[in-house]
Ligand binder design. Structure first.
Ligand SMILES: C[S@@+](CC[C@H](N)C(=O)[O-])C[C@H]1O[C@@H](n2cnc3c(N)ncnc32)[C@H](O)[C@@H]1O
Length: 294
């Protein structure tokens, strides 16, 4: 990162990464900070206020990244960062039912504009659909048993009630993680359409970056990380024709070069300082010129 660069923090959250980006591009680097959660954006606004006009903050989903960047004439763009998932504030203090310790309604939306709340899935979805959501987005082996228990205990109003219901159906068996972890993850991903938005955000990030600009993504679970890995690999390849086809007919040309060959994981010291980063996986790529040259 160099002075004067334009950068997007597509998940500005509490403004921690944004601060680091602004410091490394001082005195005149500019940052467009995006967050789907208006509460998070207010926190970022307070924290980044002293950077003045160097910072523009937008309450939107990064699935609209290209439109946002173009509307704010934020090109040439040299960096896009996506630090996925939810912030510590959302987990612990936002009162939306993200944490199974909270005695609050099951909301789980990042943005109040989203129509679907977790409560509706938990209390209204038929057993089969509920089990499918938990299996698909939580990769929970006991999805059906958990879904059946939820259906038996309806109505379930709070995050704590849901966690207790799950614990009674799938008790801890020496596992380190709480038995409700995967189900809560599944509900959150489904409510916020996280995988669909990530796919759209990645595509648009590559489309708006200038030659040499970098896209870095931090994922916190395997569904996200697999999607990022597959997208980067595909974008870094010339030709997507089947392996035995003698002549390329697809015309696909690499749009990025991989900066990280494998995911970068946090050091032991980082995990000790902040245990929540233990599952983090960072991947980065660099935009090639359109057409794949240089
Ligand atoms: C892990 S936190 C980011 C923390 C931030 N990097 C920091 O240093 O404070 C993730 C943030 O991304 C936001 N978010 C998640 N999905 C989003 C999406 N599709 N579009 C915009 N913001 C999103 C969440 O609301 C949350 O504030």
């Amino acid at each position: 990162m160099k002075p004067g660069y334009r950068m997007v923090d597509a998940t500005v959250g509490d403004g921690g990464h944004a601060t680091a980006l602004l410091e490394t591009t001082a005195p005149d680097g500019r940052l467009l900070g995006i967050d789907a959660d208006p509460g998070a954006l207010e926190r970022a606004r307070a924290r980044l206020a002293h950077y003045g006009e160097r910072v523009t903050l937008i309450n939107d989903n990064f699935a609209n990244l290209q439109r946002t960047v173009e509307e704010h004439r934020f090109q040439p763009l040299m960096a896009v960062l996506m630090d996925l998932g939810l912030s510590s504030w959302q987990l612990e203090a936002a009162g939306r039912g993200f944490s199974f310790r909270e005695n609050v309604p099951l909301d789980m939306r990042f943005s109040p504009e989203q129509p679907l709340r977790a409560e509706e899935i938990v209390n209204r979805y038929p057993l089969e659909d509920l089990a499918r959501v938990i299996a698909t987005y939580g990769e929970e082996p006991q999805a059906r048993r958990i879904a059946a228990s939820i259906v038996r205990h309806r109505p379930i109003r709070t995050a704590q009630e849901l966690a207790k219901t799950i614990e009674s159906a799938a008790p801890r068996r020496g596992r380190h993680i709480h038995p409700a972890t995967r189900t809560f993850q599944a509900l959150r991903i489904f409510v916020n359409q996280e995988l669909e938005n990530l796919e759209a955000g990645l595509r648009q990030a590559v489309a708006v970056l200038a030659k040499g600009g970098r896209l870095a993504v931090i994922a916190y679970h395997s569904l996200e990380d697999r999607l990022v890995k597959a997208f980067f690999r595909q974008e870094a390849r010339d030709c997507l024709c089947p392996p035995r086809q003698p002549v390329c007919t697809c015309g696909h040309r690499a749009s990025v070069a991989l900066v990280t060959k494998r995911a970068v994981r946090p050091s032991k010291e980082e995990v000790l300082q902040n245990p929540r980063v233990r599952s983090a996986r960072l991947r980065a790529c660099q935009r090639l010129a359109p057409g794949g040259a240089g």
